[in-house]
Design a protein around this ligand. Structure first.
Ligand SMILES: Cc1ncc(COP(=O)(O)O)c(C=O)c1O
Length: 386
């Protein structure tokens, strides 16, 4: 019996097809600096542009505007770049930024940092399912609002936000709209025009691509400037530094595969997810689903177990060769209860009993059954230990 990996929202293994493409750029003659004008440079530059085009097509952006996709070191950098770049570019029009209380810290802490630099920030509350209320958002907008940054899908509870509606509101008021799509890309169809998104963050390692890779979509005319990195003229002056060619090639391949397999894989994973939710909430006492019951990621099941420490549960599961999580990888090991669960109104003492199961390519129904079989005795034992 192998190890069961139920933590695909934290990270995913690199798809062998992705690794094979990257390998071509790690060995042999495809090593040139993409800024070089001779053939070695041309080879890698063409590979970068091909990856850029794949990403543009995957999110419904215009592939004839290749400068709209900028390669970064991942979701965190893309979020920082989007928020800093648009806040400072639009500062002459106003200084108000709106976000939500359940954002990943890559967004929340960036917005808070801008708050310390003199920007006025509003952090919107969410309901018990983790959803932002559109009326709250409309009321928060002022004539000083220059940026709205709201995530597409929540990493801890899987809730999918009403991005198209928020996009309409932002457009009507002429406000730049950034969406962190790190968890949703490859699981929910994304079209930046239909969703009214001006800036979109994606990350490679959540979609079977390499770690340390990501991209930011920047709509032409959305008012973005100011590279976080100062140096050379790479990425059309938007991100200095010699490009991570193998990583970019790997990201492009991962994006292509994610979009190609999305519908079929979503059907398969949502069946497994629904089985986990059904069994855990009906056959176990005092267990409840967190996040939205319907508007949630197809691979995401998250729960609160009364009278159980999530970390204890993880260690017991680990002893049975099952890898899961209490929430986001970033808060693992921290004694702070999850800011997402607190924002959803979960009392701090209860927030410690969280379990997140995020399914992916390698998971089967046998994995789900094996997990459910070990959960009964683990839960009973932990509750008897109180
Ligand atoms: C919603 C969300 N945004 C941003 C990030 C950060 O992405 P990266 O790990 O690529 O920096 C994560 C990672 O878990 C995430 O879940």
């Amino acid at each position: 019996m192998g190890v069961i990996y139920f933590d695909h929202s934290a990270t995913t293994p690199v798809n062998p097809e992705v690794a094979a493409e990257m390998y071509n750029f790690l060995t042999g003659d495809k090593f040139g600096n993409p800024s070089a004008i001779y053939r070695f440079g041309r080879m890698t530059r063409e590979a970068i542009e091909a990856a850029r085009e794949k990403i543009a097509r995957a999110i419904g952006a215009n592939p004839d505007h290749p400068g709209e996709i900028v390669f970064t070191s991942g979701g965190t950098e893309s979020d920082n770049m989007a928020i800093h770049g648009s806040a400072y570019a639009n500062n002459s029009r106003g200084n108000h930024i709106i976000t939500s209380a359940v954002e990943h810290h890559a967004v929340l802490n960036t917005v808070k940092a801008l708050g310390q630099q003199g920007f006025n920030i509003t952090i919107l509350p969410v309901d018990q399912h983790g959803l932002v209320n559109l009326k709250d958002l409309a009321e928060a907008i002022t004539d000083q609002t220059i940026l709205i940054t709201i995530m597409h899908a929540n990493n801890e509870v899987g809730t999918i936000m009403p991005i198209a509606e928020i996009g309409k509101l932002a457009k009507k008021r002429g406000i730049v709209f950034h969406v962190d799509a790190v968890q949703s890309f490859g699981k929910v169809p994304i079209n930046v025009d239909e969703l009214g998104v001006d800036l979109l963050t994606i990350s490679g390692h959540k979609i079977y691509g390499p770690k340390g890779t990501g991209a930011l979509y920047i709509r032409t005319g959305a008012g973005w400037r100011q590279s976080l990195m100062h140096g050379g003229a790479q990425e059309r002056l938007r991100r200095a530094g010699t490009e991570n060619v193998p990583g970019i090639v790997g990201l492009g391949k991962a994006v292509e595969l994610a979009v190609d397999n999305m519908d079929e894989e979503n059907k398969r994973l949502s069946r497994l997810r629904d089985k986990l939710i059904r069994e855990l909430t009906t056959n176990f006492e005092n267990v409840r689903l967190t996040g939205h019951p319907a508007n949630r990621l197809p691979n995401h099941a998250s729960f609160l177990f009364e009278d159980i420490e999530g970390e204890e549960l993880l260690l017991r599961l680990d002893a049975h060769d099952i890898a899961a999580s209490t929430g986001s990888a970033c808060t693992a090991g921290s004694m702070e209860p999850s800011h997402v669960l607190l924002a959803m109104g979960v009392p701090p003492a209860e927030a410690y009993g969280s379990l997140r199961l995020t399914l992916g390519a390698g998971n089967t129904e046998e994995d789900v059954d094996r997990f459910l079989a070990v959960m009964g005795p683990i839960v009973e034992n932990l509750r008897n230990c109180i």
